[in-house]
Design a protein around this ligand. Sequence first.
Ligand SMILES: [Zn+2]
Ligand SMILES: [Zn+2]
Ligand SMILES: [Zn+2]
Length: 166
Amino acid sequence: MSRSVIQDFIAPDHDHVTCIDDALLRAETLCRERGERLTPLRRQILQLVWTSHLPIKAYDLLDMLSDGRKRAAPPTVYRTLDFLREAGLIHRLESLNAYIGCARPEKRHSAQFLICTHCGAVAEMDDVSLSNKISVTARGLGFTVSEEKIEVAGRCRDCQAVPATG
Ligand SMILES: [Zn+2]
Ligand SMILES: [Zn+2]
Ligand SMILES: [Zn+2]
């Protein structure tokens, strides 16, 4: 996998348990190193975001956290999502208003996503040359980039064989 790829499109039949275990382990290590706490709720929500490699919406997380008797408090959940996002453990996809786990939270990177409009699969890139180009052009306009987010719509490998309609 190219260095500028953080997460490729993933085959549905892969061993996803390993992905979840790996994500939680990385999160624990990263929080420990930064002197942060991966509280049970933070861990639980991170695990839910990692349910699959598909983006997940906040209200779906709220549903999953509610067990019938007790409804999860939305502000608490949103605060937790903010923490996970700021820690780089998850990303927010603005165009979908949804969250996705990051496979490389230790590495500071810009957020460049390829989003399949057919199956919803997402790949994450960290193309430094692209980021540099944006910074240079922005600087030429007297603009300082604080956060770069690129979301590109299209079709993943598997969906290219599927007709566009239907
Ligand atoms: Zn997986
Ligand atoms: Zn990432
Ligand atoms: Zn697709």
